[in-house]
Design a binder for this molecule. Sequence first.
Ligand SMILES: CC(C)(COP(=O)(O)OP(=O)(O)OC[C@H]1O[C@@H](n2cnc3c(N)ncnc32)[C@H](O)[C@@H]1OP(=O)(O)O)[C@@H](O)C(=O)NCCC(=O)NCCS
Length: 173
Amino acid sequence: MSRAVKLRPATPNDLEVLQYWDRQPHVIAAKGDGDWQWETELARRRDWREQLIAEVDGRPIGYLEIIDPAREESQYWGCIAGGHRALDIWIGEKDCLNRGYGTRMMQLAIERCFADPAVAAILVDPLDCNPRAHRFYERLGFEYVVRRCFGEDSCFVYRLARPETASGNANTA
Ligand SMILES: CC(C)(COP(=O)(O)OP(=O)(O)OC[C@H]1O[C@@H](n2cnc3c(N)ncnc32)[C@H](O)[C@@H]1OP(=O)(O)O)[C@@H](O)C(=O)NCCC(=O)NCCS
């Protein structure tokens, strides 16, 4: 990868680019065409969520959301213990796929999640029909947990546990 990726908070000024990305076929293939209600959600600050835009040389290329699934208000993940984070990621700009940017976005997000000592594991839920995303998460160290339906979406749940510390202790979720 030639250029540095930065994550910054999304703002209402990102509305158009997020709506544009939502119309891209490779994004629809990964997350469906559900309405993320950007206009409302970009204006709402929630302490259980981080909405992040990835930029390369100041150009927005993708979106990354980190939630605390135990506190997220729709309870998308169902009943879940504390100490987790759940991620959603997509690169909206097609010319930015397969250039290592997604890997870097995930590395930054993983660091960000585990910076909180209370976080023991990170979850992702790619569609079961997205094998490239499965390989992508597996390369980052995520382990397959279970196939699970979220609404009408059949997904694979993957989990990344906090890395063991130098003393050999690892938190468990
Ligand atoms: C998944 C994604 C974030 C990876 O970012 P990336 O910058 O393209 O990936 P990298 O260059 O770091 O790594 C390359 C790997 O990404 C994955 N990838 C690349 N294009 C992809 C696509 N259109 N859809 C899903 N995964 C893709 C593959 O695993 C690929 O390697 P492989 O095909 O040789 O196994 C990005 O491809 C994307 O946004 N895809 C569409 C949305 C999506 O699938 N989101 C995740 C599931 S919820």
